[in-house]
Design a binder for this molecule. Structure first.
Ligand SMILES: [Zn+2]
Length: 307
């Protein structure tokens, strides 16, 4: 009996491939395999991610292929031929004509619609502008836009140059120049008037300022101060700063409508301390006994007699 040679792994694989080739040659097997692949692809495409990946892959492949000018030309030719062939079919040609006509109609409608919209908006704006407040707001908005637009030197420099040239040309015409001169001198006059009135305003302000005396009382030390040297305080402010009820009552000792504290007292108060010069430290005037109270009316009459 002849000795059977043992097959190697590579040999076995080769044989398997051979068998596969033979099997595929059988049209039935090929058919079955195609169906199976198509079904598998269909199932896979149901997954949107897979479908997207496949589309991307195809698009990338097409893009890459089109980089080859020959391929691109071939594709164009193929497409043109397909279109040409399709147009030979009267139904297809008719459909294409209809499609184009519809697109033109749509574009025209869009244009008309846009025009109508613009007109509607313009009439609404006109109506809204009848309201002076709206008109004012719109003017302000436009002014801001224009200011920011002109702040751009790329825009402003050529605009300035253009304006200057235009003005120069117009000024050579005396019928424009004469009223312009008159307008300028009137504007200068009014400017001067405004400046003088603003000087008067400043002068008045100065007089008011220097007339004001230190008449503001510190609620704690009873000192007289200029308004700027004091600040308004309330019970709540002091409590928020951590002062207790007792300290607050001592800090706001002077009975006045609007409590104020001088700088020194405020500093102590905010540090939750009673200022050394607080009137409650025995510095307040004692209550005047009834017997020593001056009869104001009598005093005035006496003074007048003395004079
Ligand atoms: Zn004070």
């Amino acid at each position: 009996m002849p000795k059977v040679k043992k097959k190697s792994v590579a040999q076995k694989a080769r044989e398997a491939r051979q068998r596969g080739r033979i099997a595929r040659a059988d049209s039935q097997v090929v058919e079955r395999e195609r169906d199976r692949k198509a079904a598998a692809d269909r199932i896979a495409r149901e997954d949107p991610e897979y479908a997207q990946r496949e589309r991307d892959r195809k698009a990338a492949a097409d893009r890459k292929a089109r980089e080859d000018p020959e391929y691109a030309q071939r594709e164009r030719d193929r497409k043109a031929a397909a279109d040409h062939k399709a147009r030979e079919d009267p139904e297809y040609a008719q459909r294409e004509r209809d499609r184009k006509a519809a697109a033109v109609r749509q574009a025209r409608e869009d244009h008309e619609y846009a025009q109508r919209e613009r007109e509607k908006q313009a009439s609404a704006d006109r109506l809204a502008r009848m309201d002076p407040e709206y008109a004012q707001q719109e003017r302000q908005r436009k002014a801001i836009d224009m200011r920011s637009y002109r702040a751009n030197p790329v825009v402003r420099t050529p605009e300035k140059k253009r304006d200057q040239e235009c003005h120069r040309a117009r000024r050579e015409d005396p019928s424009f120049r004469t009223p312009e001169k008159l307008r300028d001198s009137a504007a200068k006059r009014s400017q001067r008037m405004k400046q003088s009135s603003s000087f008067e305003k400043l002068q008045n302000k100065f007089h008011v300022k220097i007339r004001s005396a230190p008449t503001f009382i510190c609620s704690c030390c009873g000192g007289l101060w200029y308004k700027e040297s004091t600040c308004i305080v309330t019970e709540n402010i002091l409590k928020d700063r951590g002062c207790d009820e007792n300290l607050v009552s001592k800090l706001l000792h002077v009975n006045q409508e609007e409590h104020r504290l001088c700088g020194t007292c405020k500093k102590s108060a905010y540090a939750k301390r009673l200022p050394k010069l607080s009137l409650t430290n025995g510095l307040d005037f004692p209550e005047i006994p009834e017997c020593l109270r001056v009869n104001k009316k009598l005093y005035q009459e006496y003074t007048i007699l003395e004079l």
